[in-house]
Design a protein around this ligand. Structure first.
Ligand code: GAL
Length: 418
């Protein structure tokens, strides 16, 4: 009888004991088809390792809405256990004292992250001003300055991929004359800024981009070159369709996939949509870098971990960090996501030609001074300055503001937020 009782008690307790295990609540903005497919790789890995994943998606490409939600939760003293995060914001949150006390650094040390990452990328993920312990983990490197073109539309109209901005404008004119929407664009501030930075890098060159959007030099911002960048933005605005304002980026990608529009200028998460639709580069679509002098605008997706007293969540943070930097995970995830692995030792042979181009171009750009951080995706500036720049770009794109006024407004906005 006593044995039966003990057995019953053990049985009754068993479910609660087996429930305790790694747990994670993840705040992110990966809700499009391609993004969700990529994230599922991580969720499945986490579950396969006995973890419980609490999903907290905040819709809205580029993460502006997610960042507002994240900030609100942090201010309320209720941060998630992990969230998507970009470059400089890692340091901002560290200085606010909300980052987990570096409990993933032990994982980073035992897994040898210093040897697996480019030193520049590694530093972004180290707290205490980029030189302390690891407090965040990178999952990929996205490139921003891409053109995605529908192959049939381009071929049928006798167009090849433009190698200068004038050629791009000429191609767009041809499409417009043929009654095809040239430029698939979603009129949202972050998308306008995404296009703007590709144009700025291309027309202004690598040093111009660094001086204006990394160093925030006033004379650079007010310069004749910035005026030319805005002139090109005005041309692009005229190549969009009336349905553009407010359109989500993946809907714009869908227009290219379906041949309703000629091309989109967007980071390579757009490729994730082509992949999810079963489309192949060179067969169904072309990928090409936007015209520049060996430039490469980079954007790394990272995850950061917040203070928690829950041991299950602490275990979840360690497990997630370890999985994210896993060699096989970085391959499979990035095959879906459109980006390339952050880890340097992942073989590229299973990747498509666009990813191989990205992987080759990042090295060329790195060696020739063209590797620059995206401001539209929070790699060059924190959220406040990013928004200040973005607001001017979008105001110009959606009005008849002159290029000279826009260049001056950009400089004024920077000075007001210094
Ligand atoms: C970027 C992010 C990408 C992709 C994109 C659109 O900021 O780095 O992974 O999600 O936004 O949502």
């Amino acid at each position: 009888m006593k044995k039966v009782l003990i057995a019953l008690i053990v049985f009754a307790l068993a479910p609660s004991i087996s429930l305790a295990g790694p747990k994670i609540e993840v705040l992110h903005w990966w809700t499009s088809g391609g993004e969700a497919a990529a994230l599922k790789v991580l969720k499945d890995d986490f579950a396969a390792n006995g973890g419980e994943w609490l999903d907290m998606p905040v819709t809205g490409g580029g993460g502006d809405a997610a960042n507002v939600t994240l900030k609100a939760r942090i201010v309320a003293g209720d941060p998630p256990s992990a969230s998507q995060i970009k470059g400089p914001t890692i340091q901002e949150y560290d200085q606010e004292g909300v980052v987990a006390p570096y409990n993933i650094d032990a994982i980073a040390q035992s897994e040898g992250w210093d040897n697996l990452l480019d030193p520049m990328i590694a530093a972004v993920h180290k707290c205490q001003n980029n030189s302390g312990p690891y407090c965040a983990a990178p999952v990929n490197i996205h490139r921003i300055d891409w053109i995605w073109a529908n192959k049939e539309v381009f071929d049928n109209n006798g167009l090849s991929i433009p190698t200068t901005w004038d050629e791009l404008n000429a191609a767009a004119d041809t499409l417009k004359a043929a009654g095809i929407i040239p430029f698939a664009h979603g009129g949202q501030p972050w998308q306008d800024a995404t296009v703007f930075e590709a144009v700025a890098l291309g027309i202004g060159g690598n040093n111009y981009y660094k001086n204006c959007y990394v160093k925030l030099d006033e004379n650079c911002l007010r310069s004749e070159t910035t005026v030319k960048v805005f002139d090109q933005m005005r041309k692009l605005a005229n190549y969009t369709d009336p349905g553009s304002p407010g359109r989500d980026w993946n809907v714009a990608t869908g227009m290219v996939i379906e041949g309703k529009a000629g091309f989109q200028i967007m980071g390579d998460w757009a490729k994730g949509e082509f992949t999810a639709a079963g489309k192949e580069p060179g067969v169904d679509y072309y990928c090409a870098s936007t015209p520049s002098n060996n430039g490469y605008l980079y954007n790394v997706d990272s995850f950061i971990f917040y203070k928690t007293s829950d041991p299950d969540k602490q275990a979840g943070q360690k497990l997630l960090a370890k999985l994210m930097m896993g060699k096989n995970f970085q391959k499979v995830f990035n095959l879906y996501k459109g980006s390339i692995p952050a880890r340097l030792d992942v073989p590229m042979d299973e990747f498509d030609d666009c990813a191989k181009k990205s992987n080759a171009d990042i090295k060329t750009a790195g060696a020739s001074g063209g590797l620059v951080p995206s401001f539209a995706h929070g790699m060059a500036q924190g959220n406040t300055m990013k928004s200040a720049l973005q607001d001017v770009v979008t105001e110009h794109f959606n009005s008849s503001m002159s290029s000279v006024d826009a260049a001056n407004a950009l400089a004024d906005a920077v000075l007001a937020n210094m």
